[in-house]
Design a protein around this ligand. Structure first.
Ligand code: ZN
Length: 121
């Protein structure tokens, strides 16, 4: 499992073997149920329990605008090269989000400022 080192894996394995209740089976069922219920969205690849995710199914969203979120070191130059002869406008977020910082920790105002002040690449 990602993020679980050898010592943690050993502790978990021992707990599973020694457990006298059905918690290990409950956890196994939860993992199986999750694997069966959640799959990639047919349009964007985000996690969903439906054919199309909630974001793609939202009719109020623009279908002509795509926000690519990836590690800063991976994304930008590759996409610029890949899309340089395509009729698309590429922009970079403006400010407020630290390089390498996670979007999950940013507040709504910071995200708004970063997205509304995008600069053309
Ligand atoms: Zn989607």
């Amino acid at each position: 499992m990602p993020g679980v080192g050898p010592r943690s894996a050993e502790r978990i394995a021992l707990w599973i073997v020694r457990a006298r209740n059905d918690q290990p089976e409950q956890i196994a069922r939860a993992i199986t149920d999750t694997r069966q219920a959640i799959h990639p969205c047919a349009l964007c690849g985000f996690f969903t329990t439906e054919e199309i995710c909630e974001i793609c199914a939202d009719s109020s969203r623009s279908t002509e605008l795509l926000c690519v979120v990836e590690q800063p070191t991976d994304t930008t130059n590759y996409l610029v090269d890949l899309l340089k002869n395509k009729p698309v406008l590429l922009t970079r977020i403006a400010r407020g989000l630290p390089a390498g910082g996670g979007l999950e920790s940013a507040d709504e105002l910071t995200l708004y400022q970063a997205l509304s002040g995008r600069t053309k690449l």
